[in-house]
Design a protein around this ligand. Sequence first.
Ligand code: GLN
Length: 564
Amino acid sequence: MTSNEIINNDPTTKSLTNPKFIFVTGGVVSSLGKGITAASLAAILEARGLKVTMTKMDPYINVDPGTMSPFQHGEVFVTEDGAETDLDLGYYERFLRHSKMSKTNNFTSGRIYQTVLNKERRGDYLGGTVQVIPHITDEIKHRIRASGQGYDIAIIEIGGTVGDIESLPFMEAVRQMKVELGHRNAMLMHLTLVPYISSAGETKTKPTQHSVKELRSIGLQPDILICRSEHPISEDNRRKIALFTNVEERAVVMCQDAQSIYQIPRTLYEQDLDDIICERFGLDVPEADLSDWDNVVDALLNADGEITVAIVGKYVELPDAYKSINEALLHAGIIYRKHINIDYVDAEALGDYSDEAVVERLSHVDAILVPGGFGERGTIGKMKAITYARTQQVPYLGICLGMQLAVIEYARNVLKLEANSSEFDRKTAEPIIGLITEWLDEKGELQIRSDDSDLGGTMRLGAQQAELVEDSKLRKIYGASTITERHRHRYEMNNRYIEPLESAGMKISGYSAKQHLVESVEIPEHPWFVAVQFHPEFTSAPRGGHPLFASFIKAAITQQEKQG
Ligand code: GLN
C-alpha cells in the first residue's frame, strides 16, 4: 500500500471545509522568486482540482503599496475589487485560472498596526496593554484565516528574508498557527539559495543550513525546502541539506534558474512536490495535467521570429515597474509564437531629442506602447513617441496616461489647441484631461452624467464596465459590446472635447457604463492606434493572453512584414 492510499482511506481527511495552509518564507537573500515559486505550486495544486488562493504579507510600514514609487518596489498591481497591491499578486493571478485576488490577499505591517491602533483608540482593548504578542499577531492570524475562507488551500507568502527584524511578528503568527492548525493542516515551505562558488568549483550548502537554523531559532521547522541555484545540485548535496536541516530528503526540492518562469510548475511537479503536500494533508485528488503549461513553454522557447516593442516610460531602469505589461506582451507573443523583445525608451531623455533623433531612435521598433504613469516628468518624450507612431503609421497602444497623452497630442498637433491635462497645468486654457469636478460648462454645471461626483480628487480604482461603440476597432478586438477592465487613475478625458476630437478624426470607442466617461480612443485612419483609460495588462495570462495585447502584437507583426 502506498502512503497515498493509507491517507485516502482516512475519512476524516476528505472534508475540505477548512483550508489547508502552506506558509512560504525565504532565506539567505531576497529576490529568489518566492512569489513565482509559490504561484507555480499553486498552479499545480489547482491542476489537481483544488481551489487555491494566495496571500502576500509585506513587512514594511506603508499601509499599502499604492503610494510607493515603482522605482523602489516595482509595479502596483490592482485587483478587481480595487486594492493597490504588491506585484506578486500579479503572479498569483497569472498562474491561477480559477481564483482572483482581492483586498484580503495582501496586507502590510502598516495595515496591521493601523487596525490595532484604531481599535486601541476606540477602547476595544478595555484599557489593557496592547502588545506585539498577542495583539499584532492575533490581527495577522485573523487576516490569514479570513483570506483562506472558502478555499481548499491557502498559500501565504511572507515578504522579506528570514532574520529581518521587520518580519518577526509575521513569523511568530505563522509559528502559532502551525501549532493551532496541526500537522495535517499547515506546512512551511522555505526558499533558499544554494550558491556555486566558481573559484572553488563547489556548491555550498552552508547558507541554507544557516537560514534554516535562523528559522528554528524562532520556533519554525520547514517541511519543504526549495533550493534555488544557478547550477544543478548533486544528490550528495541534497542528502547533506536534508540531514543538516531536518527536512525529509524528498522534500528538498531543486529549482535551478530557468529560461522561463512558466517552466517552474513542471520543475516542481517532476519532483513530486504536489504529492508531498497532498499526502501530508490527506487530499485524495486526481493527478495534475500540466500540458497547457508545456504548450506555453514550448511557444516561448521555440518562437519563430522576434517582434520589438518600445515601451516609452519613466521607470525604464527597473523593468519590474512595468511587470504586468511586460508579461502581457509576452503572452501575446505566445499566441503568435513570437519572441517579444522590449526596448525600454527613457521618456525623459526622448523629450530632448530632435524630431530626426526621435525617428532614428524608434525606427527599428515594430510597435510603440506608452504605459500608465503619474506626474509631468517624461510626458514631452512620450508625446514625441506618440507623434511618431501616429504620423509614421506604427502600431500604438496607449494605456491610461498613454491614452491621456494620445488625446493631448492629437488636440495639440491636429486640432491645434493648447491642450493639456490639469494634472500638469492646473490653469490650462484647454483642459482636455482633468478631474471630473473641473469640467464645468459656461453655466458652471458639470459636464458629465455623474451619479457620484465625489470622484474628483480620488482614484477610479478596480474593475469597471465599459460599453464599446459599434463599428469601433476595440469592439471587434474584444468581440463584445460590454467589457470589464481595471482602472487606476484620477483624471478623465473631458467630454466637452469629444465633438471636436471626433470631427478631426479621433474616435471615442468606449464609454464607462456608469458615468459615460471616455474609456478609449482610436484613429480609424491609422493601421492600429488604440488607447485605453483602463489597464488591460492586469488581466492577461500566459494561458490565453488578452485580446487587446494579442491584436496589438498581430499589428506589430504586420508592420514588420510591411517593412520587409
Ligand atoms: N496620472 C493619470 C491619472 O491619474 C494617469 C494614471 C495612470 O496612468 N495610471 O489619471
